[in-house]
Design a protein around this ligand. Structure first.
Ligand code: GLN
Length: 207
């Protein structure tokens, strides 16, 4: 059973995408007992500082950190990527990290250029051509540790203008073991391949 952290963000869309992948049950997670019951967790987009505050309010921060250290598969989208990162640049001082990904991310990284944009990305390991990626005040991955695989980067042609060069080539999808993260929102496009990849990782990890 795969949980979707249901404190903020597009929870319903993630539950629907996971369910549409086939033989998987997806449930919202709001309480520690619900977290205990799932084999894996999706952390949706939203606002990472608010979400980290809500995690504390709902007594989920420490249990979730522990599950991640213990190897629970997790998938973070956008704010979820920020929460899973080991380190955040341009974060708020009270922002809490879950860990799980040995990466440094930059919050609101595309902000000076465009708040939101869409582009087609080559996504390593996904058959069937490029993925349509929707970015909404998204982070990018500034640097990755040795155990992290970059799955997708921003193509050079995506953005124009003075800062376009800074965005080109930035990592926006990563994997470390059974933890994956995307800076974009595949739950919004009807393309199930990223959720399908996560479901496969969960199956492999949990047997
Ligand atoms: N900008 C948000 C943050 O800093 C993330 C945006 C999103 O999840 N769509 O947390």
């Amino acid at each position: 059973m795969i949980g979707v952290l249901a404190l903020q963000g597009d929870v319903r869309e993630h539950v629907a995408a996971l369910t549409a992948c086939g033989d998987v049950r997806a449930v919202p997670v709001r309480r520690p007992s619900e977290l205990d019951a799932v084999d894996a967790l999706v952390i949706p987009g939203g606002e990472s500082t608010t979400m980290s505050r809500l995690l504390q309010t709902f007594d989920l921060l420490d249990p979730l950190r522990k599950r991640i250290v213990d190897g629970m598969p997790a998938y973070g989208s956008c704010a979820g990527m920020i929460l899973l990162a080991g380190e955040v640049l341009d974060g708020r001082p009270d922002q809490q990290q879950l860990g799980g990904l040995d990466v440094v991310v930059r919050r609101n990284a595309f902000g000076r250029q465009v708040d939101s944009f869409e582009t087609d990305l080559e996504f390593s390991g996904l058959p069937g051509g490029p993925v349509r990626a929707v970015f909404i005040r998204a982070p990018w991955v500034e640097s990755v540790g040795p155990a992290v695989e970059v799955l997708a980067t921003v193509p050079a042609r995506t953005l124009t203008g003075a800062d376009a060069g800074a965005a080109a080539g930035r990592a926006v999808a990563v994997r470390q073991g059974s933890v994956i993260a995307t800076a974009f929102h595949p739950e919004l496009t009807g393309d199930l391949r990223v959720h399908g990849l996560f479901c496969e990782l969960v199956k492999t990890a949990t047997g």
